[in-house]
Design a protein around this ligand. Sequence first.
Ligand code: BG6
Length: 481
Amino acid sequence: MVSRVIPVDPFDLVLFGATGDLAQRKILPGLYHRFEVGQMPEDARIIGTARSDMDDDGFRALVRKSMKEFAPSFKKDVLDRFLARVEYVPVDALGENGWDKLAKSLRPDVVRAFYLSVGPKLFPGIAQRLHDHGLATPDSRIVVEKPFGHDLASAKGLNEGLRACFEEHQIYRIDHYLGKETVQNLMALRFANSLFEPLWNATHVDHVQITVAETVGVEGRGAYYDQSGAMRDMVQNHLVQLLCLTAMEPPSTFSPNAVRSEKVKVIEALEPVAPTDIARGQYRADKGGDGYVDHVGNPDSLTESYIALKVRVGNWRWSGVPFYLRTGKRLRARESEIAVFFRDPPHTIFPNVGPLHGNVLVIRLQPDEGITLRTTIKDPGPGGFRLTDVALDMSFAEALGADVRAQDAYERLVMDVIRGDQTLFMRGDEVEAAWTWVDPIIKGWEERGDRPSRYDQGSSGPEDALMLMHRDGRRWRQIGG
Ligand code: BG6
């Protein structure tokens, strides 16, 4: 196969929080993979920083260990060459130690990126020091991880802190869902084909279901998660982004601001959500072990590990079309998808076959990325004329060949930073718009003292979520079906 990899320009990437979980599990293995395929040039450098006192070799040994766990298919000779590009400078993010050394180690004539794989509280302080120590050149980029704030006020504070030292075009706010291949494919599907767009509206679409189901629990992140819950942790960012890409108008070009402006319009059109259109749940203890409250160490917790919402996009295109969103932990299967349910055929010419079903277009984000279209055909064989539903099913792995390794979202996103492409990153106003919609929903249940209902681990979520759908005469697609 002809290589489709275009190397990026030489760069110095400074990774704050380099000894942390995300850096070791995702960012550094992602960079290794880009190096292995030739996209990260040989003269690029990665400078890990953290508080720990360590030398280059100590840090390289740590990365090598992580690679064994998180990228076990690495090639030894390539990893040796990759590690030769990796350095380490101990830096006190909120003190003064290490900054001068860091400043001296950076080259003036290559792309410069600062990746803050640290908690959001540290963003403004690090940005300020980068500025004060003269590291933040007009062309350098700063990358920040989620969560981008806890509510609108804190997100605004973070934006102010970052913008005091960097221009908006230098700020890359990560939502790793946008780096997923199939999420981008949603844009290709909609805007590179003429088949779907004419049907993509309230006249033809009955409703949309967006599901991000996980089998994992809170896995050692209890302290963070119990302050967040599924609404802040998943809906405010990942699910809202999926909703935006599904619902947005075609941007005039595939340029960062054109795409992001269309997404902002969708978020601004989201209507307030009635309490009756929300179902929150918490996974209960099961025979084999603990439940949510044990995992987060808070027996009185009212935080949701599951949420389902009926959302309306108040604009001309989507008037009257509900978007049902759901996400939760410890569910039956790990499965993320967007399912667009088209309206039932208006009239049947076939006698005695019962009601006809509308087509359903399912974009599978993970696992087994692909697209399925539920279609009705004639049930084969002689005898009466019967109909049956079949799936036109395309798996990307099968269609594109086994040699296309599933790229992790971080691989693409880090390379986009170096290329200076902000399309798959959230703009400041976009994050604030999402919090503007989310805040009153959370405030509502906090003020009412709503308690999440319990659901079994390994199930599809709480009963209330089923009812939310049944009430409208609809059904959720089966998780793990
Ligand atoms: C993160 C959330 O942003 O996304 C986690 O904080 C969640 O709670 C994770 O598990 C899911 O990401 P993915 O890529 O595994 O679907």
